[in-house]
Design a protein around this ligand. Structure first.
Ligand code: ADP
Ligand code: MG
Length: 259
């Protein structure tokens, strides 16, 4: 089935890795959170395959397991049972430090509240993941940060502190940061949840253009506007996959969805 690849073998051409299987492959994934008083199963045996280049929305009510799923794909958390293979790497086989290194190179993460470091300038926020991963040569890092800020339309904000930017600009900066090490996969957890709808629509359009460049994108969102861009919508209900297919208006039965 899947060949186990350690980070060292990532020097192979990307086409080789893509041809071998889906970009993201979840097999019978269970996630149970254990607290001292009780345990709670947030995902009940999820099977999900995502091909390279897909743009997918994950929808579902609050508490349905969307963030849990995204955190597992990102290697931020580990499943209780089951297997997760992302970009030909079986995440379960990686040590904590290898997993962190893998994430820094292969996955770009975008969050609802941007999570930019407040004491660093916008450009410095973008250079930090480059410093951690060590792929982009030191002398190129600032130039690359400026190019990425240009790509998301806020190059003029490069030397400002995040707090001086609007919400939409901060999310653009966070998306540029997610692209720092040129990852094949972008994962975004309610990236428009803290933006007004016009700004949110512009952010979704930015994701669509990044998808058109070939990146695989998984977005957790309540924004119906995303239907214009996505090929596939996955619905979670109480930690189970309850829908998977082309987006349909009827599937938007989430409590946070706009009327
Ligand atoms: P969503 O993102 O769809 O709102 P989550 O994945 O955040 O849902 O949470 C799914 C369920 O798992 C919720 O019932 C939540 O309370 C529970 N949960 C999430 N994280 C933890 C945790 N660290 N410990 C215990 N329960 C958790
Ligand atoms: Mg969530």
């Amino acid at each position: 089935m899947h060949t186990d690849r350690l980070p060292k073998s990532e020097t192979e051409p990307p086409e080789t890795r893509r041809r071998a299987g889906p970009m993201i492959d979840l097999v019978q994934v269970v996630k149970t959170y254990a607290t001292p008083s009780r345990s709670f199963t947030a995902l009940h045996g999820v099977d999900l395959q995502i091909r390279a280049g897909e743009f997918i929305a994950v929808v579902g009510k609050s508490g349905s397991g969307k963030t849990t799923l995204l955190n597992l794909l990102a290697g931020i958390d580990r499943p209780t049972e089951g297997q997760i293979v992302v970009a030909e790497t079986d995440l379960g086989r990686l040590s904590e430090s290898d997993l962190a290194e893998w994430r820094g190179r292969r996955v770009g993460l975008v969050f609802q509240f941007f999570q930019l470091l407040p004491t660093l300038t916008v450009a410095e926020n973008l250079m930090l993941p480059m410093d951690f991963a060590g792929i982009v040569p030191v002398a190129r890092r600032r130039t690359r940060a400026l190019e990425l800020l240009d790509r998301v339309g806020i190059r003029d904000q490069a030397d400002k502190l995040p707090v001086t930017l609007s919400g939409g600009q901060q999310q653009r900066a966070a998306i540029a940061r997610a692209l720092a090490n040129d990852p094949p996969i972008l994962l975004a957890d309610e990236p428009t949840g803290n933006l007004d709808s016009a700004t949110g629509a512009a952010v979704l359009e930015l994701f669509a253009s990044l998808n058109a460049e070939g990146r695989t994108i998984v977005v957790v969102t309540h924004e119906r506007d995303i239907e214009r861009y996505i090929s596939r919508q996955v619905t979670l209900v109480d930690g189970r996959l309850a829908g998977d297919g082309a987006p349909e208006a009827g599937r938007w039965e989430t409590e946070e969805a706009r009327p």
